[in-house]
Design a protein around this ligand. Structure first.
Ligand code: GMT
Length: 370
């Protein structure tokens, strides 16, 4: 098939999943066309069967913001006219599903089929905004096929946006050859002294991730056991976290590592992974930690129970005491740590590897193509 993948290029789960899907589809012999404002951050180097098409957004003094939606729709239509796409797969509904819909109408009657994957805040935050809700619901309804990354998100979309077209649940996935426990020799010693425990958090540091709470939980853990915190990622909440770390006198114990291309080594040296988000439709970072053999302590919200299952501890998002206690249990009881770590690796391998999930997208495209 000839498949266009439309996604955000920035660090964030939806862009990561879209990029990995495109890479795997290309490896399986499909012709893949990424369409975005920049090359997606996990799409590096030359890959057979992969092309990247950059969307230009010329500005004009009348525009407050350049109309990306129009340029994107135009680019999808242009690519289609040239290569005859079978499917345009929009990752994250806003504005990608609308652009794909416009492109299909612009190239009717031979336009590509539109598949939209809902990732989370496109429904849970932006989708609830009165200024966006109607047009988002419309674009979802007009897609030829819609998927959601968790059962929770699928249900929520039907309930809150009143979408009537069937939405298929296809979970996120990982490349299990890459995501596995792999701690490079000597790396742990770079971050922790012998006997110290390592706590990790990975996110794009948006308010929903509650990075301040990560620091708070860590501060309480560090009172009980010698420990270090790895904060992986960057985003608007970072300055707040820096400040909190200084206020709590933890500067020597917390590493702000920023965005990292390769997270497997860092996740593999961690003893526990914290994700106390307010919302999480899936929680790809938790899945990545699990794959690296790191037990998760996270909020029992959204799609996280579907991801973590019984392999970690899930608590109400406000239950800081509970999260501290759960993390301490993992950090002080080696048998409990090892039991959770082993079951997390098995769960990822049995349910969330690319070789299980990518064929489900292929089958879905075929179904949509009739
Ligand atoms: O957090 C965001 O708003 C970013 C968004 C994204 O585009 O990466 O994250 C959502 O999609 C990820 C990939 O499917 C999920 O793993 C995240 O749980 C989801 N974020 C939220 O629901 C808050």
């Amino acid at each position: 098939m000839k498949i266009a993948i439309v996604c955000y290029p920035t660090v964030g789960g939806s862009g990561v999943v879209a990029t990995e899907l495109g890479k795997h589809l290309a490896r399986r012999g499909h012709e893949v066309h990424f369409i975005s404002s920049e090359p997606p951050f996990r799409l590096r180097g030359f890959r057979p069967n992969v092309a990247f098409h950059q969307v230009d957004t010329p500005s004009y003094y009348l525009f407050k913001d350049a109309p990306y939606l129009l340029s994107l729709a135009n680019k999808i239509a242009e690519v289609h006219r040239h290569v005859h796409l079978d499917v345009v797969h929009a990752h994250y509904a806003i504005p990608h599903a609308t652009a794909a819909y416009l492109a299909r109408e612009m190239t009717a009657p031979d336009g590509p089929r539109v598949v939209t994957t809902l990732h989370g805040t496109d429904i849970t935050l932006m989708g609830q905004e009165p200024s966006y809700a109607g047009s988002i619901a419309f674009a979802i309804e007009k897609s030829d096929g819609v998927t959601a990354v968790s059962e929770h998100l699928r249900r929520l979309t039907v309930e809150t946006l009143g979408v009537r077209r069937p939405i298929v649940h296809i979970p996120n996935f990982l490349d299990c050859d890459e995501f596995r426990p792999a701690a490079p020799p000597g790396l742990r010693e770079q971050y922790a002294r012998p006997g110290e425990r390592i706590v990790a958090h990975l996110s794009n540091m948006r308010p929903v991730k509650r990075v301040d709470r990560v620091v708070e939980i860590f501060a309480r853990i560090a009172r009980e056991v010698p420990a270090r915190l790895l904060l992986i990622g960057d985003g608007p909440e970072c300055p707040k976290a820096w400040q909190l770390v200084r206020e709590k006198g933890l500067t020597e114990r917390v590493y702000f590592l920023g965005n990292q291309d390769e997270v497997v080594p860092l996740l593999s040296i961690a003893d526990v992974f914290l994700l106390p988000s307010i919302q999480e439709s899936f929680g790809l970072a938790a899945l990545e930690a699990m794959a690296c053999g790191t037990p998760v302590v996270a909020s029992r919200i959204g799609g996280l129970p579907e991801v973590v299952g019984e392999t970690g501890y899930l608590l109400p998002p406000d239950d800081v005491d509970g999260m501290v206690a759960a993390a301490l249990r993992i950090l002080t009881d080696a048998a409990e740590h090892d039991r959770l770590a082993a079951s997390a690796v098995v769960r990822v391998r049995e349910q969330f590897c690319a070789d299980r999930i990518v064929p489900r997208y292929e089958a879905f495209y075929r179904q949509v193509l009739g």
